[in-house]
Ligand binder design. Structure first.
Ligand SMILES: Nc1ccn([C@H]2C[C@H](O)[C@@H](COP(=O)(O)OP(=O)(O)OP(=O)(O)O)O2)c(=O)n1
Ligand SMILES: Nc1nc2c(ncn2[C@@H]2O[C@H](COP(=O)(O)OP(=O)(O)O)[C@@H](O)[C@H]2O)c(=O)[nH]1
Length: 226
């Protein structure tokens, strides 16, 4: 069996991690593991870690490292036979260290998007809460305004997507992501993409992954996890 491929995608809120992950999963047949969606599934299913995570998210806080790693690492260990792309984890150096203890990453994609672009995108982001599907009123609008394409259920605007909340979220992101980015830079697996448009970044990511993913891997099409 050819070597499996392990990637992480990082970037501030609104940088396009979810959008680009979907494209990667579709084009390269990797499993897309969205840590945010996985946390939300655990909250819905009332698992022990989900109940704990909810107490933090309700207050607008990040879930502590030990809770996140207790959730995510067993999930990753179930995926040893698959190539995967992890989105939203690790967010902190402690999470990166925990991940490092169970696998070697091949590539870390780092999205570097200007603040004004992030604000503008998130102002127009609409989310289907139960699946985590996202829309943007201009970039990828739903077929019927305000409704999810698949279920027809109501879309919502997340409280913390408001521009006032975003500045604080972004500052916080920068503080905690810096050591993680430095770690992956030191390991020479960090690839940074800077632009205001996902459609301009995507061809470069696609070219990079074409050179990194072992031949045969991309045939093993796997559905994304949501
Ligand atoms: N490593 C992680 C991943 C997730 N979460 C928690 C806090 C988030 O608010 C929630 C949902 O995760 P998302 O990745 O969907 O979080 P955001 O809404 O902040 O993501 P985005 O970057 O898409 O705006 O789960 C966390 O604390 N630590
Ligand atoms: N206008 C515009 N919107 C985009 C672009 N790329 C992604 N989006 C939208 O911006 C929002 C944030 O993208 P998302 O993938 O959720 O980013 P994440 O928070 O990093 O996971 C969503 O509403 C996307 O539909 C782009 O190039 N242009």
């Amino acid at each position: 069996m050819s070597k499996l491929f392990r990637a992480v995608i990082m970037g501030p809120p609104g940088s396009g991690k979810g959008t680009i992950s979907e494209r990667i999963a579709h084009s390269f047949g990797l499993k897309h593991i969205s840590s945010g969606d996985f946390v939300r599934e655990n909250i819905s299913a009332n698992t022990e870690a989900g109940v704990l995570a909810k107490t933090y998210i309700k207050k607008g806080l990040l879930v502590p490292d030990h809770v996140m790693t207790r959730l995510l690492l067993p999930r990753l260990e179930e995926m040893t036979k698959y190539s995967w792309l992890l989105d939203g984890f690790p967010r902190t150096l402690a999470q990166a260290d925990a991940l490092n203890s169970i696998c070697d990453l091949d590539v870390v994609i780092n999205l570097n998007i200007p603040l004004e672009t992030l604000k503008e995108r998130l102002r127009h982001r609409w989310t289907h809460p139960s699946s985590g599907r996202v829309y943007n009123m201009y970039f990828n609008p739903p077929r019927i305004q305000g409704l999810d394409d698949i279920t027809g259920e109501q879309l919502i605007q997340q409280e913390d997507d408001r521009p006032e909340a975003l500045v604080a979220r972004l500052r916080h992101y920068k503080d905690i992501a810096k050591p993680v980015i430095d770690l992956y830079k030191a390991k020479s697996i960090l690839y940074t993409f800077s632009d205001t448009e996902t459609d301009r970044i995507w061809p470069n990511i696609s070219t990079l992954l074409s050179t990194k993913i072992p031949i045969g891997q991309s045939d093993a099409r796997c559905a994304s996890t949501h």
